[in-house]
Structures are given as structure tokens and as C-alpha cells.
Design a protein around this ligand. Structure first.
Ligand code: PMP
Length: 367
């Protein structure tokens, strides 16, 4: 490539490791001498079975998923899980929701079609009382408790998962970890079910990963569509319907890449370094700011804004335009909050964040 590749800060579908893209390009027409591209293979054939089993094994190893959890490949993304979780786990009873931003708000609203959602806590930027799980109103009759462990739009991340049992509460914790899976370890003792759309830290859109404790299978409502029934999918080893084969193959390549980087522990250190670099710059800036409390800032999604006195939203629009010409793509904030957002997932190299910070420094100096 003659031109250097731009850095892409999209929240998802997001940047992929270049090595993964070029390996896939090489294998596009013929996967390992099989005479077929991966998109053309039967999902039940020997070749795809090899790809699939390796991907599952690597994901289990990377996230240290215990044997008593099933890993399911599903479709429909995080949005579909907002219905699929209550269909499978609520038994039509109540479920607790901790609303920390846009995605948990959506989960809370959708669940009302299938169960009785309880608003256990709601993030309040002006009063951090909600941040202490001891203050949450956890209903004893709830079938599960839902959190979004990283809010992609708001840039709010749980640095530790809540220990519900230690709070004397027994319902299993469900985590929507779509936008930070693979960037930090997960304490599976605290979790009953985790789900994630792939298109941020794992691979292409179209694949949803569900990791569920085995004893939670078999509880689905009779109305749950079979293709969305966790037990049905688990029994069929995620082949109840045709899975998104190419996305699984690409996810498998990302898992191999993650292992080559040193696994989740190394990626977590990299995420700390990248996010600190960006937050440190924002915090000393005269024009940029990030509104999230330090203890809740996301390492993956960094929303930032320009003060009104420095031009506000109009300046943000100019920033996005100029950044694009400088090879820094997709920095526009989510339409619901405006401003700017840099998503710095595993595949974003440190050099990309350094280039962004340099660009911000120049932009500010020209103000
Ligand atoms: N949850 C989170 C945390 C997300 O970031 C997103 C997508 N940005 C979703 C759920 C919804 O995912 P999808 O669009 O794949 O359904």
C-alpha cells in the first residue's frame, strides 16, 4: 500500500487488525487448498467444523470461560438479545435493570414486552450514590439482574462487576459486554450470562456471542422462537440454523491475533495505556472535555466535546471534517449526544491514539 492506512475510530463496525484483513484476503478464493472460499463452505462440512472448533476453543482460552458455561453463536446483535434474554431467563417474572446509559436503557424498555422490569438504579452524573451496588433496589423475586458493562454511547464502564451474592442477592447477573469484550478479564463467578455483538472487539457484524452458565438453560418461555432459545442453540452446538459462517471465521482470526498480542491481559494493559493517553490530553485541554466521572470512564469509547466558549458543536463538526483529511476517520459523536467520540478497541494501535492526540493538540493551538 503506498498511502498509510487511516486510523478508524468507529464505534462499530470497527477497525480490524490489518494482519487479519490481509490473511483473509489471501484466503478469499481458496481456504488452505480446499478449493473453496470460507463463504462457500457448508457449515456442517469438515473444513468449516475445523474453523469453528478452533475459534470456540480460542475464545474459551482467551476469556478463561469455565467448562460449566456454554459459548453460543447467535445472530441479531445486542438489540435482539434485549428480547432474547428475557425470553430465555425471565420466566415471565421480574428482572432488575441498572441503567447507566443508552444501551441499558434500551434493554430495560424492551424487556417490558416479556417480563416486569424493575429499575434498580439509574446513573446520575451529579450524585454518585447509584454507583454503589449496595444502594441498588434489587427485587428478590427478579429472575436476573441486567447491566451494560460498557456503555458505548455514553463512555461509561464498570471497572469491576458487581458481586450480587455478596450483597445477599441471588439472581444471576447478565452483562451486555458488546463494546469491551476481550479488553479485560471477566470474573465468571459473578456472571450468569454475557452477550456481545461481534462488530467492535471481535470481528464483523452479524455474529453475536452468548456465554451462559449451563444451569440457566431450559428456562425459556414457550413463545421463545426456537432459533433464539439458548437451550435449543446449545444442544445443536450453534448449528440449529445456519450460523454466520464468515463472521465466525473472521472472529477466529481475531482470536488468533489476540493470542499473538499476549492475550487479554496484554490487551488490557494496552487499553489502559491508550485510554490514559487520550484522557490525560483531554483533561489538560482548554477546549476539549469529557464529562464522565473518573472512576467510570470507558477505556474503549471516549466521548469528548468542545466547550461552548470555544465553539461548541460547530467546532466539533469542523474537527470531524479536518480529522478526516488528516487520516483520522469516524470521530463524530453518536447522534443522540453529539460532540466527538473516539472508539479505541483492541485493534486500534497506540500509534493511532498518538496521532489523534497530536491532531487535537494542533487543532487546539489554532483556536
Ligand atoms: N449493546 C451495546 C453496548 C452496543 O454498543 C450496541 C451497538 N452499538 C448494542 C447493544 C446493539 O448492538 P446491535 O446493533 O448489534 O444489535
Amino acid at each position: 500500500m503506498s498511502q498509510p492506512r487511516p486510523y478508524n475510530f468507529s464505534a462499530g463496525p470497527a477497525t480490524m487488525p490489518v494482519e487479519v484483513l490481509s490473511e483473509a484476503a489471501q484466503e478469499m478464493l481458496d481456504w488452505q487448498g480446499s478449493g473453496m472460499g470460507v463463504m462457500e463452505m457448508s457449515h456442517r462440512g469438515r473444513e468449516f467444523t475445523t474453523i469453528n472448533e478452533q475459534a470456540l476453543q480460542d475464545l474459551r482460552e482467551l476469556l478463561q470461560v469455565p467448562e460449566h458455561f456454554k459459548i453460543l453463536w447467535m445472530q441479531g446483535g445486542g438489540i435482539a438479545q434485549n428480547a432474547i434474554v428475557p425470553l430465555n431467563l425471565s420466566c415471565g417474572d421480574s428482572a432488575n435493570f441498572v441503567v447507566t446509559g443508552s444501551w441499558s436503557q434500551k434493554s430495560y424498555q424492551e424487556a417490558a414486552k416479556y417480563c416486569r422490569p424493575v429499575l434498580s438504579a439509574q446513573r446520575n452524573p451529579d450524585d454518585l450514590e447509584w454507583a454503589n451496588p449496595g444502594t441498588w433496589h434489587l427485587s428478590d423475586t427478579a429472575a436476573y439482574t441486567h447491566i451494560c458493562s460498557n456503555e458505548t454511547i455514553d463512555g461509561v464502564e464498570f471497572q469491576e462487576l458487581p458481586d450480587l451474592l455478596a450483597l445477599g442477592h441471588e439472581s444471576p447477573l447478565v452483562i451486555d459486554c458488546s463494546s469491551h469484550i476481550g479488553s479485560r478479564s471477566i470474573n465468571w463467578n459473578l456472571v450468569g450470562c454475557a452477550f456481545a455483538g461481534a462488530q467492535k472487539n471481535i470481528g464483523p457484524a452479524g455474529l453475536t456471542v452468548v456465554i451462559i452458565r449451563e444451569d440457566l438453560l431450559g428456562r425459556a418461555l414457550a413463545t421463545c422462537p426456537s432459533a433464539f432459545n439458548y437451550s435449543t442453540v446449545a444442544k445443536a452446538n450453534s448449528m440449529f440454523n445456519t450460523p454466520p459462517t464468515y463472521s465466525i471465521y473472521m472472529a477466529g482470526k481475531v482470536f488468533e491475533w489476540m493470542k499473538r498480542q499476549g492475550g487479554v491481559a496484554a490487551l488490557e494493559q494496552a487499553a489502559i495505556a491508550k485510554s490514559q493517553l487520550l484522557y490525560n490530553f483531554i483533561d489538560q485541554s482548554e477546549i476539549f472535555y469529557n464529562p464522565i466521572d473518573l472512576a467510570w470512564r470507558s477505556r474503549m469509547n471516549v466521548p469528548f466535546f468542545i466547550h461552548e466558549r470555544a465553539g461548541g458543536q460547530e467546532r466539533c463538526n469542523e474537527f470531524v471534517y479536518l480529522a478526516k483529511s488528516a487520516g483520522l476517520l469516524q470521530l463524530k459523536g453518536h447522534s443522540s449526544v453529539g460532540g466527538l467520540r473516539a472508539s479505541i478497541y483492541n485493534a486500534m494501535p497506540l500509534e493511532g491514539v498518538q496521532a489523534l492526540v497530536e491532531f487535537m493538540r494542533h487543532f487546539e493551538a489554532r483556536s
